[in-house]
Write a protein that binds this ligand. Structure first.
Ligand SMILES: *Cc1c(COP(=O)(O)O)cnc(C)c1O
Length: 429
């Protein structure tokens, strides 16, 4: 073990920081065991799905180009995703460029002029505001005559069933539910809670399509929203399900007629899912999905470790050190700009790529304050890889997520603390 601490020291972690982390870790054995059990369950789920679809070498190495008719890798992978989500169908493509695109596609494919979209869980993720047209935007659903209504959560973060019942009207065609809080301070929802909400909505109007924005939530629990009544679930492959290997992509899983509609919208009426060559990315999609349960487990351990470290040091952490987890995001309210900057510098300094770069706050387009971002990733913008960002404004919170391995997440968190100690932002107890 002296060799181990020597390595940490060489990487810049002082012994006191390492030891403080080690004490915290001792108290987390039970939590980590639970996380490993979920990963084990989801690993079996993925392997069983791959076996059932007889995934073979041809699926993985077939190089489809051109139109991509009869691409066996793509078609089989979509079957595997449908098995994992227990849905009739799935669309999993490199042509779906990101999570926002997957959600936008699912909405625009299944809504028509005159329909209304309802969010019963408050404001959706920032980028969805432009998709929907909450912020006026070229090509938004609003420009096509699709209206939008929103019901806020109650002050304690639970569903306002009374207001939801009032909001469901004759035009309401689709309900969108965001599983993860994203970068808001509301709680993230468990799959069970989402199931209760879906059941409530369907009781009022059975034909409503219920869609779940599943970003950051996949494989955190042993069930997915499609197991509790969601008609559509969508997300990004440079988050959980890409397992860190997918270089691009998004997925939508759900009812066959709704997924087919997504295919027609993604490519063209008439062509639908028949075209869209996979261009050699299939190995990363299969292997990434295979690794995803343990990658998500590593990220979750990192989030729990960070929550416990920073709560012990007196900071507000969301979720708190004991709460059960419904996504991989951890927020820490550091209270000062210096805290946010030191934290992010530490995360950057622990990266396998671009560790020598020093992140600085900057005026990023679309934000109303300077933002600092730390990431040294193999895939640009990948947030299943260890990353952190914080807007430089009160309450000076930093949002932290990812880690392809638990060991890297651990190093990153210790390094964030090292930088905070070094910059005299915090003192160890
Ligand atoms: C990341 C995220 C999105 C958007 O995904 P991108 O890949 O960044 O476009 C949407 N919703 C939630 C909850 C997210 O976390």
């Amino acid at each position: 073990m002296t060799e181990l601490t020597k390595y940490y020291r060489e990487l810049g972690i002082r012994d006191e920081v390492y030891q403080f982390g080690d004490e915290i870790l001792d108290s987390l054995k039970g939590r980590f065991e639970e996380i490993d059990k979920v990963a084990e369950y989801n690993q079996l789920k993925v392997i069983q799905a791959m076996q059932k679809s007889q995934v073979n070498e041809n699926c993985i190495h077939y190089y489809a180009s051109g139109y991509g008719y009869n691409d066996p890798g793509r078609d089989t992978l979509e079957e595997v995703y449908a098995s994992v989500f227990h849905t009739e169908s799935a669309l999993v493509r490199p042509q779906i460029t990101c999570g926002t695109h997957a959600l936008s596609l699912a909405l625009s494919a299944n809504l028509r002029p005159g329909d209304e979209l309802l969010s019963p869980v408050g404001k959706p993720y920032d980028t969805l505001e432009e998709v929907i047209g909450i912020r006026p935007s070229r090509g938004s659903l609003s420009e096509y005559g699709i209206t939008y209504s929103q019901v806020e959560l109650l002050p304690d973060g639970t569903f306002d069933y009374e207001a939801i019942e009032k909001a469901v009207g004759s035009k309401t065609k689709l309900v969108t539910i965001q599983r993860s809080k994203g970068y808001l301070t509301r709680p993230s929802f468990s799959v069970k809670q989402i199931g209760e909400l879906i059941a409530f909505v369907k009781k009022i109007k059975p034909e409503i399509i219920c869609m779940v924005d599943n970003c950051y939530g996949e494989f955190v629990e042993v069930i997915e929203p499609s197991d509790v009544g969601a008609d559509l679930v969508a997300g990004s492959l440079i988050k959980n399900l890409g397992g860190g290997l997918a270089p691009i992509g998004g997925y939508i899983a759900g009812r066959k007629d709704l997924i087919d509609a997504c295919g027609y919208r993604l490519t063209s009426p008439g062509l639908g899912r028949e075209v869209g060559a996979s261009l050699g990315v299939m190995q990363t999609f299969y292997q990434g999905l295979f690794l995803a349960p343990s990658v998500v487990a590593g990220a979750l351990k990192g989030a729990v470790f960070a929550a416990n470290i920073y709560e012990r040091l007196g900071y507000k952490v969301i979720p708190d050190s004991k709460e059960s987890r419904h996504d991989i995001i951890q927020a820490v309210e550091l209270g000062t700009p210096e805290g946010v900057i030191a934290f992010c510098k530490g995360i950057q300094a622990a990266a396998p790529v671009d560790a020598y770069v020093v992140p600085e706050p900057w005026a990023m387009p679309g934000y109303d304050s300077d933002v600092i971002m730390a990431a040294g990733a193999f895939v640009q913008g990948s947030s299943i890889e260890l990353s952190a960002d914080g807007p430089i404004k009160p309450p000076y919170a930093v949002y932290f997520q990812g880690g392809l391995t638990w060991q890297h997440a651990k190093l990153g968190i210790l390094m964030s603390l090292e930088y905070m100690v070094r910059d005299k932002v915090v003192e160890l107890p």
